[in-house]
Design a protein around this ligand. Structure first.
Ligand code: C2E
Ligand code: MG
Ligand code: MG
Length: 754
């Protein structure tokens, strides 16, 4: 005989329910448990909860969801299913007679004689099914009504509490407490979800990775509390401008992310990103202070850059780092090519670091020579990496990768000491010379750079400061002019010289020259290399030489590859030069020997008395053009390669120059001989090729000999013309002869009679 439910039981149930609210439960088990207790106390073996979602159809049948059923296996199976029940069973007064009909509708196996229908306000009905009515002194309705009324409130409370708990948990898991923005987890989940939709409708979406510039400095300066408030303010501003479907998230530290969906191509991406970018233009007011901050941003776009959330995030972050590298407050789009290069670069940094540790780095030394006196004035230390796998690697292939990392400083420190040690070693061997080292911008910009130089000098005790020079690039100067100036001054006090390397390649070279106490400027080799082909480059060199003279700076020309370069530089008053035409970078052990045997090529001096003026330079150019033409032609023939230089005497540069002079009526005898000799040289090309084809060695030798002699004669004739012009002897011809060198952009040359 089942126990009867009395007031105490009912109260016990309510007490249990109250306790339940204190823990985190969902409503369905709460209802179920209550029904279980009701059944226990009343002796009803089967309980059904019919949720309140039923709506009446076809008049007397209602569709109801059977939320839970307990006690009968047949009913239990139907949990959660939709049922169609006679409306009379769920509404209206309960009568025992309805029980069999209900059971039949539910498909219960055993017939039940009695049932009790208990409405729970707002949540449906509880049906208790039993063989007979429970014996109780109280009227059933009296007993259950208050209980059921309380159950409804309890469930409501429980529901809201449950929501609150869920909300709290969600916030903890998905939101960031400081900024109240979604966190990284929710962000990437949302990107993932949004991507599914975007793929379906071929929409574009952008992920923006945003990092506040110099946030650490801000924290250091204003304190962490202000830092936190700044983050919250940034978050607030980002969120305020979001459009529907967009999301701003706080990832960590000072990193934020934005999801910009519903885009339809590059144009809309760019427009929206530009709008978002405007957000950090206005200053923030925090704790009464006005703070201007910028952010660097990287943008990755679906479907262009990636098709999954993780890659989009990663790519946006990479793009952000690129943006930061360029300048503060910028944004960049990700592109895959750049990504590949960056990852290669990262692995290269590791290898170079290893090379430094393993002693695979070495310095080669390239001489700098005074072209007037022939004296070797110093050596530039140039880094080489002897990679066991690749052999010798030039600095251009590995230094750019490490230039932005701490490693460049370690390398520079090593270079300074190594160069100093080498200078000491040479001095002991009888060679007193200066070594210049190249120092990267990042290194020079360290606040304690001068102290580091002093330390290097202390570490190599026998070294004296005057044996060290430091070469810096123009770009380094511009980024922190005041500091660089101070470094140069302080190093100058110690006795260490400075040179501005690759001079002329920057925009404000000349403007800065007067303000920097650097003793030397090194004319960038691109000007030197092209000075025969580009008249402007020669003019730039002339200008640099003159301005350096005004400011009392020494000039070194880099990239002197041939005698012609040397002669032309000397002619422009450029005294010191460096280049393959003088000496290539060499290992330290070859330096003394090389220095002893070095002589300036004799022909460089033959020109010292020349009275150079613009028209002579053009003659000299024609001379150089011929020399280059000759060397290329002979080289190709000897290598059995096709001849690419003009074979026709009127198409090579010297030929064109001669033709233009003839046109102008220039008829000096030497000039005439030059024309004839030039024609003769070209006519020999056919013979040369024919003999080569036959393979007759003696004949080949003979024709090469003749070819060389005729070419040398051409150079001599040009030299004679230059000397005549230089000495201002009148050249016969018209009163004023204009000779145009037929080459693009070449200015007019006039060989004028005095
Ligand atoms: P740089 O300081 O302007 O050095 C001159 C470069 O021009 C050297 O290249 C040298 O071999 C090359 N060169 C010299 N004469 C000629 C010539 O007549 N024709 C041609 N075509 N090239 C010539 P290298 O050794 O490959 O060095 C390239 C650059 O790498 C250097 O330019 C310098 O900026 C940097 N570098 C070299 N060593 C170091 C170093 O120890 N530290 C740092 N930070 N940079 C270095
Ligand atoms: Mg240099
Ligand atoms: Mg240079």
């Amino acid at each position: 005989m089942a126990e009867l439910l009395n007031r105490e039981h009912a109260l016990a149930i309510l007490y249990d329910l109250a306790l339940t609210i204190g823990s985190e439960v969902t409503v369905a088990p709460l209802l179920t448990r209550t029904v279980q207790r009701l059944m226990y106390h009343t002796g009803f073996p089967v309980g059904i909860i019919l949720a309140d979602e039923g709506k009446s159809i076809e008049g007397e049948w209602g569709v109801l969801r059977l939320q839970t059923a307990i006690g009968d296996y047949a009913l239990a199976r139907r949990q959660g299913e939709w049922l169609r029940l006679p409306t009379a069973l769920t509404e209206g007064p309960a009568t025992l007679g309805e029980a069999p009909e209900l059971l039949a509708a539910l498909g219960a196996r055993k017939p039940r004689q009695s049932y009790l229908r208990l409405p729970v306000e707002g949540f449906g009905k509880v049906l208790l099914l039993g063989d007979r009515l429970p014996a109780t002194d109280l009227h059933l309705a009296e007993l259950f009504a208050p209980l059921m009324a309380r159950l409804a409130t309890t469930i409501k409370l429980c529901r809201s509490y449950e929501k609150e708990v869920q909300h709290r948990l969600e916030r903890m898991a998905y939101y960031d407490a400081l900024t109240e923005l979604p966190n990284a987890l929710l962000f990437s989940d949302t990107v993932r979800q949004t991507l599914i939709g975007a793929r379906r409708v071929n929409a574009w979406l952008a992920v923006v990775y945003l990092d506040i510039d110099d946030f650490r400095q801000f924290n250091n300066r204003f304190g962490q509390n202000m830092g936190d408030r700044l983050l919250a303010a940034v978050a607030h501003r980002l969120e305020k401008h979001l459009r529907s479907g967009e999301m701003a998230a706080h990832l960590m530290g000072d990193d934020f992310a934005l999801l910009l969906p519903n885009l339809n191509g590059w144009e809309s991406v760019e427009t929206r990103v530009a709008e978002v970018l405007q957000l950090d233009r206005e200053p923030f007011v925090i704790g009464g202070q006005t703070v201007q901050v910028t952010a660097s941003m990287g943008v990755a776009v679906h479907p262009v850059d990636a098709d999954d959330a993780d890659s989009l995030m990663r790519h946006a972050q990479i793009a952000m780092h690129q943006a930061k590298e360029e300048a503060r407050g910028r944004f960049r789009f990700f592109d895959a090519e750049h990504d590949r290069r960056t990852s290669e670069r990262r692995s290269l940094v590791g290898k170079v670091e290893n090379a430094l540790v393993q002693g695979e780095l070495r310095l080669y030394y390239q001489p700098k020579v005074d072209l007037f006196s022939g004296q070797v004035v110093g050596f530039e230390a140039l880094l080489r990496w002897f990679d066991p796998a690749r052999g010798m690697v030039p600095p251009g292939e590995f230094l750019p990768a490490v230039e932005d990392s701490e490693l460049i400083v370690r390398i520079g420190e090593w270079v300074m000491r190594e160069a100093l040690r080498q200078a000491v070693a040479w001095r002991k061997g009888g060679l007193n010379t200066t070594v210049s080292v190249n120092i990267a911008g990042r290194h020079l910009q360290l606040p304690d750079f001068v102290e580091r130089v002093r330390q290097a000098l202390r570490d190599v005790p026998e070294a004296t400061p005057d044996c060290l020079d430091i070469e810096i690039l123009e770009s380094t100067i511009l980024s922190d002019f005041a500091h660089v100036r101070q470094v140069i001054e302080e190093c100058g006090e110690i006795g260490i010289g400075f040179a501005l390397d690759d001079f002329g390649t920057g925009y404000s070279s000349l403007a800065y020259l007067g303000q920097l106490p650097a003793a030397t400027v090194k004319i960038d080799q691109s000007f030197v290399r092209n000075m025969f082909e580009r008249r402007e480059d020669q003019t730039i060199i002339e200008a640099i030489v003159q301005i350096a003279e005004v400011f009392g700076r020494q000039v070194v020309a880099e990239g002197v590859e041939s005698s012609d370069h040397g002669i032309l530089l000397v002619s422009m008053g450029c005294r010191v030069a460096q280049g393959f035409g003088i000496g290539r970078p060499m290992p330290a052990e070859n330096v003394s020997e090389w220095t002893k045997s070095f002589r300036i090529p004799a022909d460089w001096f033959g020109w010292q008395d020349t009275n150079w003026h613009p028209s002579l330079y053009n003659l000299f150019r024609a001379r150089h053009a011929h020399r280059v033409w000759y060397e290329e032609l002979v080289g190709a023939v000897k290598r059995h390669e096709p001849v690419t230089v003009p074979v026709n005497p009127h198409e090579c540069r010297l030929g064109q120059w001669l033709d233009s002079c003839v046109e102008l009526g220039y008829d000096h005898p030497i000039f005439k001989e030059l024309g004839a000799t030039h024609e003769h040289l070209h006519s020999l090309i056919d013979t040369l090729e024919a003999r080569l084809a036959k393979g007759d060695r003696a004949a080949i030798q003979a024709i090469f000999g003749e070819f060389e002699a005729v070419s040398a004669r051409i150079l001599t004739l040009i030299d004679d013309m230059i000397r005549i012009e230089s000495a201002k002897h009148p050249l016969k011809g018209k009163n004023s002869v204009e000779c145009r060198v037929v080459e693009e952009g070449a200015p007019t040359v006039s060989l004028q009679e005095p």
